[in-house]
Design a protein. Structure first.
Length: 229
């Protein structure tokens, strides 16, 4: 699978949402159970997209894909948050019946989870972009809080995802026994080879030099006095 295909698949994960078909007579427990099943299906698709990105084994391309993906993901989170707040949808309440609200609800839950997956597997790349954007920090804090109240993550294989993500991103204080399950004892990615590790370090150096060049190009601004004009 080429880079473009992987990029399309990963980005599509952010914009598509599973809509639970919820009848008016269904109670909170049954509607939540229906959504959990749909959520599990979406998670399988997300894991497949993530696996393709890991197997790409090209740090430069992974930077580019994650950069594009994060911009799309946080735009979806921002729009969905506004929709839910505007309609006064409560995270711990019944799932909404309106199609637009159902999409917004699903986008928050599914994209917050997917961001957690990416942050835990590519922490250095994610931190490179995430740490520079305070708005993203506020959005993901809200998203984690919303997801914790939904009950979607209370059972099953994703129980610890939100807490691990919050610790990795510095949203929650790291516990003494915290360990990213996707990194080995040497703080390197489990999936990487020696060549990949070298490429990662080279890419990090290149990015730092690029940032410095951007700062130098901006330079100090000299304001002209009225007499000089």
């Amino acid at each position: 699978m080429d880079v473009l295909q992987i990029c399309v698949i990963v980005i599509s994960m952010c914009f598509t949402a599973f809509r639970p078909s919820i009848g008016q007579k269904q109670n909170l427990d049954s509607s939540l159970e229906i959504y959990r099943k749909l959520f599990e299906t979406k998670r399988k698709d997300q894991m497949h997209a993530l696996k393709n990105m890991i197997e790409l084994n090209d740090i430069n391309q992974q930077y580019k894909i994650i950069d594009i993906m994060l911009k799309g993901l946080f735009k979806v989170l921002e729009d969905s948050k506004s929709i839910l707040i505007g309609a006064d949808v409560q995270a711990d309440g019944p799932l909404p019946h309106d199609e637009k609200l159902k999409d917004a609800y699903s986008h928050i839950v599914e994209n917050t989870a997917f961001f957690g997956d990416v942050a835990l597997r590519f922490p250095k790349i994610v931190h490179y972009y995430y740490d520079r954007n305070s708005n993203w920090n506020n959005l993901i804090r809200w998203g984690i809080s919303f997801c914790n109240q939904t009950g979607v993550f209370d059972e099953g294989p994703h129980t610890h995802l939100l807490n691990l993500m919050a610790q990795e991103l510095g949203i929650n204080e790291k516990s003494p026994d915290y360990k990213n399950p996707f990194k080995d004892e040497d703080d390197d990615f489990i999936e990487t080879t020696d060549a990949f590790r070298k490429a990662f370090k080279d890419e990090e150096k290149r990015r730092k030099k690029e940032d410095k060049r951007k700062e130098l190009r901006k330079g100090p601004r000299i304001s002209k006095t009225r007499s000089e004009l």
